[in-house]
Every structure is written in C-alpha cells, then in structure tokens.
Design a protein around this ligand. Structure first.
Ligand code: FAD
Ligand code: DHB
Length: 405
C-alpha cells in the first residue's frame, strides 16, 4: 500500500507523540508508527519530573488539563550527605521557578488520547520499520501494520523519534555523525511502590553504600532508586532487601521510610551519549534517538520535549519553503543538549560511588556537596539547571489550526 503524508514520525514515545500534536496544531499531517502496543507505551515506567519550560510547552499546546490538576509542583530538592539532609530552595534561588512531578506514563497517556481524539494517524504494534531516500525531497517510511499489511509512505520529511535503540540513527550513512559516549560503572535499581511518599520533596542521597533517590509519582505512590552494579541480577534483590538498603541509605534520626507493596522493579544502565548533527537530509533526529543522559537530574524527558518544540517550527518553515530554521535545528537543540549532558554528568558524579573509589574521591564529593548547600552562587547554579531553561514556545500556526483547542 503506497500513501503520502507530510511528516513521517518513527516512534511513539513523548518526542514522537508531542511532535505529531504540534504539527497538527500547525495544520501539518503526519503518520506516526510505533513498534510497541498502546498498552505497553502507556505502562512503561520512566521519568517523573517536568521542568517549568516543559509544563509551559504542554500548557501552550493545550495538553495540560490533567497535568494542571494532578501534577505536584515542587519548589526544591533535598541533598543528603554526611548524616545531614539539606534543602535547596529553587523558588528562592531562581526567582520563583519550580518543577512538576507528573509521570512520563501520564504525559504519554494524555498525548495518545489527544491525538486519537483529534483523528491523528497513530499505528501501534508495527514491525519491520525502515526509512529510505533520506537525502531526497521525498524520503520514504516503510512498515508492516499489526494486520500484516506492508505500507510505503512518501513523506516531505521524517522525524526519527525512535529512542536510543531505534532504526533512524543507524540509517544515516557512516561518517556523517560524530558521536560522544560515556558509560558509567553503575546502574539504578528502581521501584514503584504503593505507599505514600515519606518526603514532601525529592531526596538525592550520597552514601558510602552508593547513591539513593526518593521520588514519587503521586501522593499515594512512591518511586525509589538505588545505585547498583551495572551487571546486577535483579533476582538478588527481593523486596525486603531493597527496603532495608533504602532505609539504610536514607537513614536520619527522627525520620522513617514508609514501606509498601512493590508494583514495578527494574534496572536501568547509565550512559551519556550525543550524536551530531541531529539531521541528515530530510531525516531529523529528536529525543533519545540523538542523545542520552544518565537519569540523575531528570533531564531525558525534558530534552525530548524541547527538541520537538524546535523541530515542529523548523518543519513548518521547511514545508513552506523556508529552509533556515531546519538548517539550524541541530545547533539550536545541541546547546540545550550539552548543557543537560554536563549537568547530568555533574549530578551523577557528585552523588554516586565509583567501584574502587578512593577516599580522595569521597572527600571531593563531600566538599562539593557542602559547597552547594552553603554557597548561594553554587546552589543557584544547581537550581537553574535543575528547573531548566526556557523552551521555544511558538506554537502559532501558519495555516488555520486543525484540532487545536
Ligand atoms: P522513547 O521514550 O524511548 O520513545 C521511543 C519510542 O520509539 C518507543 O516507544 C519505542 O518503542 C519506539 N521505537 C523504537 N524503535 C522503533 C522502530 N524501529 N520503529 C518504530 N518505533 C520504534 N529520564 C528521566 O528524566 N528520568 C528517569 O527516571 C528516567 N528513567 C528512565 C528509565 C529507562 C528504563 C529508560 C530507557 C529511560 C529513562 N529516562 C528517564 C529517560 C527518558 O525516559 C527518555 O529520555 C524519554 O523517554 C525520551 O523520549 P523519546 O520519545 O525520545 O524516546
Ligand atoms: C526521577 C528520576 C530522576 O532521574 C530524577 O533525577 C528525579 C526523579 C523519577 O523517576 O521520579
């Protein structure tokens, strides 16, 4: 079956779904293909913290009804180290900026519901996805739908929003991309627990046993992480062992960690990766397809949303004969990407224990942590990076809006 669309979108994560909506607002057609089922995409446990700019972007795109009702606004974080738990007050340090705790699963559910309500073309559970003719004005998207029919879609442009393990980045000819990569000698064991959070704001804990993070998904669901080895066997971590280790790493006189049933348990490797440029011909990479940060600092989801805000404007211009925004798409995004890559690396290396680390490393980390909580300049640097920088918010359309509420 041969069809046509303006923008072919590979991947139904936050980047691909938001892009399809931002294009629809501008009257631009797209076809989005996703290898997983809708149910899988809506249940996959990942990030949980939205920067101010991400919230503003979702709000300006008419996607924040539930986010505004259910999102939990946080005005700071706690840093715990050396037997003390110290608050970093984002509102005070940044002139009122905050972050919002709202799970990636909820962002994805909101986006899918909205695209389907607006009649968007979303194809889940596809197989054998391919992109071709990327250096022409009519790149092709090929896939087999869930009923077994093979499709070829002629596009004006293709957005590679298919995550780190997708097919779009590897479809770019060898020698075009420069990549930078760092693997970290640790991973995160994450749990989702059916218990009210034991804290009002997130706790990032430095501990001789390794890093721990207390986050949350709602006022009744907690999300907690433990630094473990990258080759850790999850089978070695029964729930009781996880709770005991969490209680130990967060231990503070007068404070108790509430425990409850574990709903989800997984191990995530940690990596920094950047590929540049984020474009080849008429293929544009966005989100994890182009870059990965270690999760400390909660930047991955926010970067994916910021990329497609820039990409939607660039594609709108390109399809109307103005190549300039598309020509600077990669450079525009990479400025934010590198800032977040540095911040995530900095938070990660300040808080984690490297295997075989000597006492010197520990003392340097503790000195940095003491500096962050005692110097307004250092705390402000953390606060402005954590809450994030403004995102391009131009969602006005060149054509009469379709499906915009
Ligand atoms: P993804 O969300 O990865 O979406 C890509 C989509 O493309 C997927 O749905 C995938 O199924 C689909 N796809 C892949 N290949 C193909 C193909 N060939 N054809 C069609 N579709 C394809 N960030 C944080 O900020 N905090 C966290 O705690 C955190 N935890 C994470 C835990 C895990 C296990 C992972 C993997 C990531 C985590 N991240 C976290 C990062 C954050 O979730 C990502 O940065 C974010 O999901 C990026 O969105 P995306 O749309 O670019 O990519
Ligand atoms: C979460 C993940 C992070 O990496 C982080 O820094 C803060 C919160 C989370 O999943 O809630």
């Amino acid at each position: 079956m041969r069809t046509r669309t303006q923008v072919g979108i590979v991947g139904g994560g936050p980047a691909g779904l938001l892009l399809s909506h931002l294009l629809a607002i501008r009257g631009i057609d797209s076809v989005l293909i996703e290898i997983r089922s809708r149910e899988y995409c809506e249940a996959r446990q990942r990030a949980g913290v939205l920067e101010d700019g991400s919230v503003a972007l979702l709000r300006s795109a008419g996607l924040a009804d539930r986010l505004d009702r259910q999102g939990l606004v946080h005005g700071g974080i706690y840093l715990q180290f050396d037997g003390q738990r110290r608050h970093v007050d984002f509102r005070d340090l940044t002139g009122g900026r905050t972050v919002t705790v709202y799970a990636q699963t909820e962002v994805v559910k909101d986006l899918i519901a909205r695209r389907l309500a607006d009649g968007g073309a979303l194809e889940f559970s596809v197989t054998d996805t391919e992109v071709a003719d990327l250096d022409t004005d009519q790149p092709l998207l090929r896939y087999t739908d869930s009923a077994g029919n093979r499709h070829e879609v002629a596009c004006d442009a293709i957005a590679g929003c298919d995550g780190f393990h997708g097919i779009c980045r590897p479809s770019i000819p060898a020698g075009v991309l420069t990549t930078w990569e760092r693997d970290y000698p640790y991973a995160w064991l994450g749990i989702l627990a059916d218990v009210a959070p034991s804290t009002d704001e997130l706790i990032y804990a430095h501990h001789p046993h390794g890093f721990a993070l207390h986050s949350l998904r709602s006022l009744s669901t907690s999300r907690l992480y433990l630094q473990v080895s990258p080759d850790e066997d999850i089978g070695e971590w029964p729930d009781e062992r996880i709770w005991a280790e969490l209680a130990h790493r967060f231990e503070l006189p007068g404070w108790t960690l509430k425990q409850g049933p574990v709903l989800d348990k997984s191990i995530t490797p940690m990596r920094s990766f950047v590929a540049a440029p984020m474009r080849y011909g008429r293929l544009f990479l966005a989100g994890d397809a182009a870059h990965i940060v270690p999760p400390t600092g909660a930047k991955g989801l926010n970067l994916a949303l910021a990329d497609v805000a820039v990409l939607a404007s660039a594609l709108d211009a390109l399809l109307h004969g103005d190549d300039q925004p598309a020509a600077v798409y990669s450079a525009t995004c990479l400025q934010r990407v590198w800032r977040s890559t540095h911040f995530s690396w900095w938070m990660t290396t300040m808080l984690h224990r490297s295997p075989g680390a000597d006492q010197m490393e520990t003392q340097l980390q503790l000195s940095q942590l003491r500096y962050v909580v005692s110097s307004r300049a250092a705390a402000t640097s953390l606060a402005e990076n954590y809450t994030g920088f403004p995102v391009e918010l131009t969602v006005e359309s060149r054509q009469p809006a379709q499906g915009a509420r």
